[in-house]
Write a protein that binds this ligand. Structure first.
Ligand SMILES: Cc1cc2nc3c(=O)[nH]c(=O)nc-3n(C[C@H](O)[C@H](O)[C@H](O)COP(=O)(O)OP(=O)(O)OC[C@H]3O[C@@H](n4cnc5c(N)ncnc54)[C@H](O)[C@@H]3O)c2cc1C
Length: 141
């Protein structure tokens, strides 16, 4: 069971900056994201596109924004569960929460922040009977 002060669902720009703000209050964060890397839409859809509406950056690539956010929060040592979708949130009698992913990883925290943006990205899979043999780096037999 992964324990943390604040569990953040979504490691896009919003989730990543949440780590910084929580860190200032000396709270540790753990992020869950369905994508295999942090950055949300910025890293998954348009890392090479320039953005013009970030304060103090007249122009910055979306990929560089993600890189900078990760650099900014490194000092607070966040944990990551990547490549897994948060599927269920269970509230315990003491008011804390257990969040379980589609791969069964359990996380326990007194606070859950949802920074899910437009929702979790799901690949459009080809209709193959034995597709699971090829998923998650599995080699074909
Ligand atoms: C093509 C394009 C161009 C854009 N250009 C600009 C621009 O120039 N300037 C600008 O300000 N904005 C731009 N945007 C919008 C900007 O990307 C979004 O506003 C921003 O990414 C929102 O950040 P976020 O962290 O809130 O959400 P997201 O970036 O959507 O991140 C949310 C994350 O949560 C994860 N997630 C959701 N639900 C779950 C779950 N149940 N379990 C696990 N993970 C979950 C997702 O996988 C995702 O990684 C653009 C968007 C697109 C698509």
């Amino acid at each position: 069971m992964i324990q943390t002060d604040i569990l953040i669902i979504g490691a896009g720009p919003t989730g990543l900056f949440t780590v910084f703000e929580a860190g200032l209050l000396k709270l540790r964060c753990h992020l869950i994201d369905a994508l295999p890397q942090p950055g949300g839409q910025c890293s998954e859809i348009y890392p090479k596109k320039p953005i013009y509406d970030i304060p103090a950056y007249p122009e910055i690539l979306a990929g560089d924004l993600t890189k900078n956010l990760l650099e900014q929060i490194k000092q607070f040592e966040p944990g990551f569960t990547l490549g897994e979708r948060a599927d269920t949130i269970e509230k315990l009698s003491d008011g804390t929460f257990i969040v379980t992913t589609n791969k069964g990883t359990k996380h326990h925290a007194p606070v859950v922040a949802i920074a899910g943006g437009l929702g979790s990205f799901e690949p459009r899979k080809p209709k193959l009977e034995d597709l699971t043999r090829f998923e998650d780096n599995a080699l074909p037999i």
